[in-house]
Design a protein around this ligand. Structure first.
Ligand SMILES: [Zn+2]
Length: 81
């Protein structure tokens, strides 16, 4: 990789950059590139947001509000009696 990496270099090394697995010179080059390139900044921000988006997408659905649970319980009780 040259002193100033290309967009392709930054995007292919983005995960290693975020995880801190790059050499000082590679990190420095990427930081300089990110100062100059809005597209790669957006790409890195997107990657940073990914774990939260994935976590929310894979989380089990939340329970019904307490009022709905009470109404359901009351309805089921009436149906059983
Ligand atoms: Zn770029």
């Amino acid at each position: 990789m040259s002193l100033l990496p290309s967009c392709k270099d930054v995007q292919s090394l983005a995960t290693e950059y975020q995880e801190g697995h790059l050499s000082f010179s590679d990190r420095f080059g990427i930081r300089v590139h990110l100062l100059l390139c809005w597209a790669c900044r957006a790409f890195i921000r997107g990657l940073e947001a990914l774990p939260g988006i994935t976590k929310r997408a894979l989380a089990p659905p939340g329970g019904a509000p307490p009022e709905a649970q009470k109404a359901l319980a009351a309805t089921l009780k009436r149906l059983k009696s």
